[in-house]
Design a protein around this ligand. Sequence first.
Ligand SMILES: *Cc1c(COP(=O)(O)O)cnc(C)c1O
Ligand SMILES: [Zn+2]
Length: 398
Amino acid sequence: MIRCISCGAEYALDEIIYTCKECGSILEVECSPDVSKDVFSCRKSTMWKYKEFMPVDQSKIVSLEEGGTPFVRCQKLGEDLGVDLYVKVEGSNPTGSFKDRGMSVGITKAVELGVDTVGCASTGNTSASLAAYAARAGKRCVVLLPAGKVALGKLAQAMFHGADVISIKGNFDEALEAITALALQGQLYLLNSVNPFRLEGQKSIGFEIVDDLGWQSPDRIILPVGNAGNISAIWKGVNEFYNAGFIDELPMMTGIQAEGAAPIYNAVKNGKKDIIPVENPETVATAIRIGAPVSATKALRAIYDSNGLAETVTDDEILNAQKLLARTEGIGVEPASAASIAGLKKLVETGKVDKGEKVVCIVTGHLLKDPNTAINACEKPVEVEADINALSRIITGK
Ligand SMILES: *Cc1c(COP(=O)(O)O)cnc(C)c1O
Ligand SMILES: [Zn+2]
């Protein structure tokens, strides 16, 4: 069953619908399987380990073995910050971001429904992922990207997997409005995160964190927030495991936004249940360069209901955290992902996160997604003849 999160109106699982016909609000898929957690233990470590919680026809699953990503204890960084820190490395998914979890379920749904064309608007990773999964399922794929604002690696993926890539003279919010209109005309099946099946896949991040911690909730989960689907999905996941009796505590959901694109943060700061869109969002972290997050209502509920937090970070703080994580723990992430680490640092420094908390930071995408930003943040390699004396002068600094 699909249910409106505002008025409770109900829709069938096989209806193609993105927002409530009664009130216009966003939708959510209901899921409460009767299953023991013992069934998971002998299964392969992908997100389909928890298939009972995935509302699709299991004979039609389209998968690249997404999920089951590294859950890395960061002792050095954690000790520096005074928390018990774990990092969930979503860059290790097949196309290098957590979007693959949502697309596996979303494309499986597209196969079930028998649609021939799928589409999305994207800051980059959604299009990279959709292009790959559409190729695997044999579907035509149309993606709208904000011109000049998509990181190189993501663009390369969308193009290489054979999507019809269209560059929009506008930002992500405008591209999403356009593709949504096309979807409502029936020209394509929309796989942005307004599609509630996307979040069904992404909720598996919550499942895995709990499983990785030995069937325990962390004190806090921190992640970057753009269109606000992922924070909503993870909250849904941990709640489903809570309701199933697998855990008896819930984490404080903590969303981090870039200072130039912070509608969720602004709403939380003012105790509001709705956002005011940011007109011209701007940040180096292009994956969260979003002014009108579609899942804002769900995300705000997640933050309020979990006694969580929202915070902003500057572009400099993001880039510094990206380098810090790469150089103290060996984990390479794209700028948006580093917002979670930058946010944790700021929240510890301002005393909003307590010392000793068990914190999971979700790093959402791989370093190589945005090679230009990575290279610009470093000094150029020295060029020298392949001569041992010249080399030794450089290495010894003499
Ligand atoms: C999509 C994405 C985000 C933002 O996730 P939302 O669900 O839109 O809030 C953050 N980081 C990366 C790398 C992404 O691809
Ligand atoms: Zn409704």
